[in-house]
Every structure is written in C-alpha cells, then in structure tokens.
Design a protein around this ligand. Structure first.
Ligand code: HEC
Length: 150
C-alpha cells in the first residue's frame, strides 16, 4: 500500500502528537514515581534546545528546511532563516509567535496546511505552569530570530 502525500503527512503529524502525549504521560510518571525514563521530552527552556527537539525534525537544525521528516510532508517547510527578509527586513516576532502557537483567535494567512503542528497547547500540556510554557515559546521564537540572515 502506498500512502498519498497528504495521508503520510497526517500520519506524521499524528505520530508527533502521540509522541508528545507519551512524553506528557512519561513526565507525570517520572514525577509520581521518581523513576527515570528515556527522555521523550526536554526539561530545558533554552530556545536552542527547544528548536532542536521540537522544530528541527522538519525545519532542520539550521532552520533552512531540510529536516529528516520533510519527504513525508505535503508542504515543504519554508526557510526560517529568511523570515525577516520576507517581511521587509524586520523580524515579525508577534506573527511568528502566533504562527507557532496558533492559539485561539490567532490565525496566520500562511498557515494553510495541517503539516505545521500546533505547539502552544503542547507546551502548556508539558508544563502545568503557563508561565513556563510562555517562556518556552518566547525563547524558541527568539532563537528563530537569531537565525535570521541579514
Ligand atoms: C511536522 C513538521 C514541522 C514541525 C515539527 C515544525 N514545523 Fe514549522 N512549519 C512546517 C511547515 C510544513 C510549514 C509551512 C506551513 C504553511 O505554510 O502552512 C511551517 C511553517 C513555519 C513558520 C512560518 C514560516 C514562514 O515564513 O512562513 C514558522 C515561523 C515555523 N514553522 C516555526 C516552527 C517552530 C518554531 C517549530 C518548533 C516549535 C516548528 N515550526 C515545528 C512544519 C513543521
């Protein structure tokens, strides 16, 4: 059986969400039992760590769009190092944050596909404290800003 691009992308997105749910369960398990499990999630709130763990599989470690799962996506991830250039030279921080979290009313014209997972709720799910989730999101967005080619 051959999966269509769209189906494969949904499978990938589903797999990612399942991995995130498993990570949440693992985190809770570790908290309640004190037992160490292999890391399915990261505790670090550093932008680089978050990017490499949650974003690089699609966007590539350098953000240029050549992550290992790209062949299975129906939309190729755009080059994240050129966001500022594509926006007249200024990094649109609020827009990027809205794109990444896609929370509630925040919609983005470019977010036409289902390939880009919605991370806001995932980060909140991993961290009971919303403050920590907000820090993680802000940090990963700052990291993307630091990747910009002038
Ligand atoms: C499953 C693959 C995948 C993962 C994981 C992923 N992205 Fe994406 N991302 C995409 C795709 C595909 C697009 C293009 C989607 C579209 O245009 O609708 C995209 C678009 C974007 C854009 C918009 C860029 C532009 O100029 O249009 C930003 C910003 C972005 N991603 C940041 C992130 C960050 C930060 C993370 C990690 C928290 C992340 N992405 C994780 C696949 C992914």
């Amino acid at each position: 059986m051959r999966l269509s691009g769209a189906t494969a992308a949904r499978v990938i997105a589903g797999t990612w969400l399942m991995a995130c749910l498993a990570a949440m369960a693992t985190a809770t398990f570790a908290q309640t039992t004190g037992r160490q499990n292999p890391p399915l999630t990261i505790q670090s709130v550093a932008g680089r760590d978050i990017f490499e763990f949650y974003c690089a599989p699609c966007h590539g470690r350098d953000g240029r769009g050549a992550g290992p799962v790209v062949p299975a996506l129906k939309t190729a991830p755009p080059d994240l190092t050129l966001i500022a250039r594509r926006h007249g030279g200024a990094f649109p921080r609020a827009w990027v944050e809205a794109f990444v979290t896609h929370d509630g009313a925040a919609t983005t014209p470019a977010h036409g596909s289902e390939d880009m997972p919605v991370w806001g709720p995932v980060f909140r799910g991993l961290d009971p404290s919303d403050t920590r989730a907000a820090i993680r999101i802000a940090n990963v967005v700052k990291y993307v800003e630091a990747l910009q080619i002038k």
